[in-house]
Design a protein around this ligand. Structure first.
Ligand SMILES: [Zn+2]
Length: 121
């Protein structure tokens, strides 16, 4: 085995295997598994928090605990960004919206039927 193959297991049946999920590399389900695990650990309450540490200006509003799979979560993030008229991102299941939009986001999410808690400062 050369260095470039380290971490990859070879199976004559499937070809190169992903070291994470042991599926063929082109059928890797690691993202899916991580997403599943995230969903299993949720308690059904969305938490909205403002974070300013290490950030400029008003900081960001983070939304965690949204009980949606990755794809739907991406769509929700996009919609919320539009509704707040600002930018943002989605990372590890947490939506980040630029600026302080806690009250507005709480209202928007509650309107969609979610249980929402404002957490932290
Ligand atoms: Zn994998």
């Amino acid at each position: 085995m050369r260095d470039q193959l380290s971490g990859l297991v070879f199976s004559t049946e499937k070809g190169q295997l992903c070291p994470g999920c042991k599926e063929a590399v082109d059928q890797c389900i690691c993202d899916q598994l991580a997403d599943q695990q995230r969903l299993e650990n949720l308690d059904g309450v969305i938490r909205i928090r403002r974070e300013t540490s290490g950030r400029k200006g008003k900081g960001v509003t983070t939304i965690s605990g949204v009980p949606l799979a990755d794809k739907a979560l991406k769509e929700l993030a996009k919609k919320l960004k539009q509704q707040c008229g600002t930018g943002g991102s989605l990372k590890d299941g947490i939506i980040e919206i630029q600026g302080d939009h806690r009250e507005k986001l709480k209202q928007l999410l509650e309107k969609q039927g979610y249980r929402v808690k404002l957490a932290g400062g």
